[in-house]
Design a protein around this ligand. Structure first.
Ligand code: FAD
Length: 382
């Protein structure tokens, strides 16, 4: 059987579901194909929450994309009666010259976004949970930041796309994407899709489907902890944070709230241990107490002694790194039939709504709402 569409989106995680929604909203005849169920736990977008930051320390160009996500998700939430972003703020903690502090200041000042700088003593007094603060550690408070609700966003983006006319094919694996004279053929075991363009957002599988991309998927679990003294680690008292620690593994996370626990993640020192590349089809989905938990438990005991050091819940997840830590969004080889978005590098969720808008604009040939040239997938070969 063959189905003709104007555009096909492959992969309906955070990025693909956003692209599908934004394309459907423009009246494009679009289909979205996902090999699992919608909102599944086998890719990169599962779990209740992700950090949402405005002062994006990774690159000042990311702030307008996060702001676009916020605007789109707020409007979607007003329509559906849900809340997708909770602006409870975020602390960027580290030495004054650290990436957390300098990067957040640079991004906020480029975008004119408000921030507050906290000196060491003020930080320690306001947030006594940070027992492991270094002598030089200070913080940048990003009041527009907070957390976003990951799985509900993916589901709502797909539901909204369907409401706007998109055709959705869950549990359908794309086995090949072939560029042909008339456009593109997207193959699945049962149906063949013919379209003018394809938008491939296959997360850790992007390199497998498109090939020849500098992407490195790695297994990175999600962890939730319990506070020893209830209240001290509620989201209101222990907001989202990124903590670049001197000579130690860096940490990020946020406090607990309705339906979610205290979340803490560890960013390895720049060692091989944290950078093992995996085949996403063969990634280890078991949790190993020694390899997955011991190191983080030791770091948490040192940094936040008010938490039970061993997590109460752990789920495997995947991050797909690019060589410079920025996403790959655009047309590889400038091919007019193919658009990709991937290489999330561990900080992509908050940008998904804004990236979906950029992907739709690129596909229908509209001017982009912000400069995204730093995400051009061809930047490594130029
Ligand atoms: C531990 C961890 C913590 C993170 N913390 C944060 C954070 O705090 N803030 C933040 O902004 N970001 C964070 N991220 C990053 C964020 O979660 C990712 O950037 C985002 O989820 C990537 O979405 P994606 O759509 O690219 O990938 P995915 O969600 O994996 O979507 C890709 C989809 O493609 C589908 N697919 C693959 N191959 C095929 C095929 N052949 N046919 C059909 N479908 C296919 C997959 O099933 C999948 O659903 C974190 C990531 C991890 C792992």
């Amino acid at each position: 059987m063959a189905i003709s569409k104007d555009v096909v989106v492959v992969g309906l995680g955070a990025f693909g579901s956003a692209a599908l929604w934004r394309l459907a909203g423009r009246g494009v005849d679009v289909a979205g194909i996902e090999r699992q169920g919608i909102g599944h736990h086998l890719g990169s977008s599962h779990g209740a929450t992700r950090l949402f930051r405005i002062a994006c320390l990774e690159h000042p160009g990311l702030t307008p994309i996060a702001q676009q996500s916020l605007a789109l998700w707020t409007a979607l939430g007003e329509r559906t009666g849900e809340v997708f972003v909770r602006q409870s703020g975020c602390l960027n903690v580290g030495a004054p010259y650290s990436r957390a502090v300098r990067g957040a200041i640079a991004a906020a000042s480029a975008a004119g976004a408000p921030i507050e700088e906290l000196g060491h003593d003020e930080l320690a007094a306001r947030y006594p949970q940070y027992a492991g603060l270094g002598a030089d550690d200070v913080a940048v408070w990003d009041p527009g930041a907070g957390i976003c609700y990951a799985e509900p966003i993916v589901r709502a983006q797909v539901a909204e796309a369907e409401r706007l006319g998109a055709a959705v094919y869950p549990h359908t694996m794309v086995t090949g994407v072939e560029l042909v004279d008339s456009g593109v053929v997207v193959r699945t075991p049962t149906v063949e899709f013919r379209a003018r363009q394809v938008v491939v957002c296959a997360g850790a599988w992007l390199g497998k489907l498109v090939g020849d991309l500098p992407l490195s998927p790695r297994r990175t679990p999600l962890y939730w902890f319990r506070a020893k003294d209830s209240g001290e680690f509620d989201l209101g008292r222990f907001p989202a944070f990124v903590w670049k620690r001197e000579g130690a593994h860096s940490l990020w996370g946020h406090g607990s709230g309705d339906g979610f626990g205290v979340k803490i993640g560890l960013e390895h020192l720049e060692t091989e241990a944290g950078r093992v590349v995996v085949d996403p089809d063969e990634v280890d989905r078991y949790i190993h107490l020694r390899a997955d938990v011991d190191e983080l438990a030791e770091t948490v005991a040192d940094a936040f002694p008010g938490l039970e050091p061993r997590p109460e819940k752990v789920l495997p997840c995947m991050i797909t790194d690019s060589p410079d830590g920025q996403f790959l969004v655009g047309r590889p080889g400038e091919d007019p039939r193919l658009v990709i978005a991937g290489g999330d590098s561990g900080h992509g969720f908050k940008h998904a709504g804004g990236l979906g808008e950029l992907l739709a604009q690129l596909t229908v040939d509209e001017s982009p709402y912000c400069d995204a040239t730093f995400l051009d997938p061809n930047r490594f070969t130029r």
